[in-house]
Design a protein around this ligand. Structure first.
Ligand SMILES: *Cc1c(COP(=O)(O)O)cnc(C)c1O
Length: 386
């Protein structure tokens, strides 16, 4: 008899052979435009801290002051005694920012997505998801037990056929800005389809909030769609906001339903009050500092022009995410290692995070990058074969 779980070691070997083995690099410094790794200083092109708010003095001070006043742990879940006045104020401010009736904090984006989708759907309902949705949205759809349909990326005709054939309550779920591709979901067509088929539309705008639209209001603002068009807006706080956690915003009925029913909301400890206090400070900066969004445009335009001149396989993206499509996993890892040696931190994204044969370098910009950082990266890329 083989010992229990003897396959685990074989599975790991298989991952290595397929170039899918993942390992962590240890960061030895503050996470910013520069990071220290293996004793070397690298220019960081893979953070989601798009606006550079994670290290902002106002955000840091808000965090420190709140720790002095409220301590570190929140002590319990929101529904027991963990929901502080600071959490509550942040929810009000996020509702105001997104132009929605109410907002509700979750401890992470992953938990928000699983909690929202599973709270809303029964087995007789149906959920429709873009094939390239974030794993947490797909996991939420599967965990809901509802009929689960994936449609080809941004293919609203395929979605229409699925909707036509479905019964029960229908929920369409999409990333706002696709996390590994950087393109926008077609929210104009998706919201029209949702109305036509009496469905609800949920948008996860983790990568649009702070970066896209007036005052960083995200892809919903870009398309000019409202709470009526998109009843569920989910956002994360660990990306453009530079802190940690997530929220959902929508109608009074939606938020009250989630408080009663979302298991990942009910059965978990509230985020530390200081994280909420830091996020209130970052929200003010995110709204006010238009220059951060403008800077991101300048940087990504520079990069796109340079990448085109070099004939690099740039993917179409109007966001702070500018992936270079490599295809083969081993080649993507080799490229990432070459860039590392040249002083640039760029992550190789491989299956199963992206589809088979579509491994890529995921390059992200921060408002704190300078043109010379982008030019340096282009220089390094000009010496490699892509
Ligand atoms: C990062 C991300 C999440 C998960 O958010 P966390 O707060 O990191 O758990 C969810 N959806 C999308 C699209 C993301 O990029």
């Amino acid at each position: 008899m083989r010992p229990a779980f003897a396959h685990l070691a074989d599975d790991l070997d298989n991952l290595r052979q397929q170039n899918r083995y993942r390992s962590r690099r240890v960061v030895q410094s503050v996470q910013g435009v520069y990071v220290q790794m293996d004793g070397r200083k690298l220019v960081n092109f893979c953070s989601n801290d798009y606006l550079g708010l994670a290290q902002h003095p106002d955000v840091i001070n808000a965090f420190k002051n709140a720790v002095d006043e409220f301590g570190v742990g929140s002590g319990s879940a929101h529904l027991i005694c963990g929901h502080s006045a600071i959490h509550h104020a942040l929810e009000d401010e996020l509702a105001d920012f997104t132009g929605r009736d109410r907002a509700l904090l979750f401890s992470t984006g992953y938990m928000a997505n699983v909690g929202i989708i599973t709270a809303l759907l029964a087995r007789t309902d149906a959920v429709f998801e873009d094939r390239l949705n974030h794993a947490s949205l797909l996991d939420g759809g599967l965990a809901s037990g509802a009929i689960f349909k994936r449609y080809a990326h941004a293919d609203t005709d395929a979605l229409a056929r699925h909707l036509q054939a479905a019964s029960g309550n229908k929920l369409i779920v999409t990333d706002g800005v696709f996390s590994m591709d950087g393109d926008f979901a077609p929210l104009d067509r998706l919201s029209a389809l949702a109305k036509q088929h009496n469905a609800w539309l949920m948008v996860d705008d983790a990568h649009g909030l702070g970066v896209i639209g007036t005052q960083g209001k995200g892809v919903l603002d870009y398309y000019g769609v409202s709470q009526d068009d998109v009843p569920i807006l989910m956002g994360t706080l660990g990306k453009g906001f530079g802190t940690f956690g997530a929220f959902v915003a929508g109608s009074e009925t939606l938020i009250e339903t989630l408080i009663q029913k979302a298991r990942t909301y009910i059965y978990t400890t509230a985020m530390p009050t200081a994280v909420a206090a830091a996020t209130r400070a970052s929200l003010l900066l995110l709204i006010k500092d238009q220059w951060r969004r403008e800077k991101l445009h300048v940087l990504s335009d520079r990069f796109k022009a340079g990448a085109n001149d070099l004939g690099l396989p740039l993917m179409p993206s109007a966001s702070a995410i500018q992936p270079l499509l490599v295809g083969d996993s081993q080649a993507a890892v080799a490229l990432s290692n070459t860039l590392f040696k040249a002083g640039f931190l760029v992550s190789a994204i491989r299956p199963p995070t992206v589809a088979q044969g579509s491994a890529r370098l995921r390059i992200t910009f921060s408002a704190l990058h300078e043109i010379q950082h982008v030019d340096g990266l282009l220089d390094a890329l000009s010496t490699v074969k892509l």
